[in-house]
Design a protein around this ligand. Structure first.
Ligand code: SF4
Length: 249
């Protein structure tokens, strides 16, 4: 079994373990931590070749569309509910609603051209850094100036990324999707802002989703979107990330 396949299988196993705990809120917290451990350990193994230019306060990449799995969105919403005060949550939900009314259903290109800022970016820093989606962890750059150029002119996006780090997190995301498929759930990705708009508004969202209500349907990206197509369905029910797809094709 390849290294990436092993990572994917580990993420699938952990996702299924959360389901056994009925997706209770505490289970979501520890689920995110185990994924982070898996990713950080794998990145550590390749640190000599990483050479990332990413640093705190640099947020050009936070003006691109983010796709995620539903449990990742639930974990972020859970953290916000538990650790933010009422005023902060209210300000955030206003930001999310305004952005979602403009960006809903837009493609990666449309999002990047318009430079929509992630609603979770506060004073240039990710406000949910420890719970940020796997997509955000997958993004890595070896050139800040290339990120700046991409921010200015998204259609000419040409950012050098460490493909190994990218593959680590996309394979973890594939593992989560496989975990969901094995529970009889959808393997569709959701757009982060639209999904948070739902997750922070709907009462008992974890329970409703766990019980099979299709509450995140509106936030799902198009099945023909390149980011969804990057996760191929093999052997009838197994999802695998195709490395030929990058953040941009
Ligand atoms: S979740 Fe955090 S890291 Fe990801 S785009 Fe938003 S602010 Fe940036």
């Amino acid at each position: 079994m390849s290294y990436f396949r092993e990572l994917s299988e580990a993420a699938q196993f952990r996702t299924r373990a959360v389901d056994r705990d009925s997706f209770a809120e505490a289970a979501l917290d520890s689920w995110v931590l185990t994924l982070e451990d898996l990713g950080a350990g794998a990145v550590c193994d390749c640190r000599d070749s990483c050479n990332t230019a990413c640093h705190e306060g640099c947020s050009f990449c936070c003006h691109m569309r983010v796709v995620a799995t539903v449990p990742e969105v639930l974990a972020i919403a859970n953290e916000i509910r538990l650790h933010w005060d009422r005023r902060e949550i209210s300000t955030l939900t206003d930001r999310i609603e305004i952005l979602n009314s403009k960006s809903h259903g837009q493609s990666d290109e449309e999002w990047g051209i318009r430079r929509y800022r992630c609603p979770l970016l506060v004073d240039g820093i990710c406000s949910v850094y420890n719970t940020r989606p796997l997509d955000c962890r997958a993004y890595n750059s070896q050139s800040v100036s290339a990120c700046r150029d991409a921010w200015k002119s998204y259609l000419e996006w040409d950012v050098p990324v460490n493909q190994h780090v990218l593959a680590i997190y996309k394979n973890l995301q594939a593992g989560v999707l496989n975990g969901l498929v094995s529970m009889g759930r959808s393997s569709r990705l959701v757009e982060l802002t639209a999904a948070l708009n739902i997750a922070l508004k709907v009462e008992q969202v974890v329970e409703k989703w766990r019980d099979g209500e299709p509450i995140f349907e509106e936030a799902e990206i198009d099945p023909l979107d390149p980011e969804q197509l990057a996760f191929t369905d093999i052997e009838g029910s197994k999802v695998e990330w195709v490395p030929s797809d990058s953040f941009r094709d």
